[in-house]
Design a protein around this ligand. Structure first.
Ligand code: ADP
Length: 192
């Protein structure tokens, strides 16, 4: 069974950390849209040049541009994958549905990593990046709650949503995720 998984959750939930482990453990492609955008810029591709211009203006990269980057990667990768950081809003979720229908690569599960807000703030401040002041971190969490969290309902309605507790050691969370994906393969009931 091909693993085709969207990994959802607020900033700091551990998506990047867990996707790296899961990709290595199961031989999956880890598509992080943040990493992909940076890679396109570094490669000086035509998409990369557009991204660079948008970022230089201080604007957000458009849904269409991010979708084009995801499309490029998925179109040439027929094996399993993990999407990390995409979709980020309901427009992108609808775009991804259409793209996967086009490619004949149905999504198998949308995995939501759940971590309480105070722990997220502590983790993100602990990363020590200069742009991660508490005010900035709380604002990013608000944007997540407003724009990204509603996507959960989109996947729940399609019976694809699977919630995993993201508290505890990195290894414990990885084990929970692995168990959760395997459960799904055996067709057991999934509850969030
Ligand atoms: P995301 O991709 O969801 O924003 P990251 O994987 O970048 O999250 O993790 C955010 C921060 O939390 C990082 O500093 C990471 O080291 C830390 N972190 C990740 N998983 C855990 C965990 N299970 N317990 C404590 N800290 C964690």
């Amino acid at each position: 069974m091909r693993e085709r998984v969207v990994v959802l959750g607020p900033p700091g939930a551990g998506k990047g950390t867990q996707c790296k482990l899961l990709a290595a453990a199961r031989g999956l492609l880890h598509l992080s849209t943040g990493d992909l955008l940076r890679a396109e810029v570094d490669a000086e591709s035509s998409l990369g040049q557009q991204v660079k211009a948008v970022v230089a203006r201080g604007d957000l990269v458009s849904d269409d541009l991010v979708l084009a980057i995801v499309r490029n990667r998925l179109a040439i990768h027929r094996e399993g994958w993990l999407l990390d950081g995409f979709p980020r809003n309901s427009t992108q979720a609808a775009m991804l549905d259409d793209l996967l229908a086009d490619l004949g690569q149905p999504l198998r599960v949308a995995l939501q990593l759940q971590v309480p807000e105070e722990e997220l703030v502590a983790r993100l401040l602990g990363r020590g990046r200069c742009d991660d002041s508490e005010v900035v971190v709380r604002r990013r969490l608000q944007i997540y709650a407003r724009e990204t969290e509603p996507i959960n309902a989109h996947y729940q309605a399609r019976e694809l949503l699977k919630c995993v507790d993201g508290l505890g050691s990195v290894e414990d969370v990885a084990t929970r995720i692995g168990n959760s994906l395997d459960e799904r393969e055996h067709g057991e009931e999934t509850i969030c």
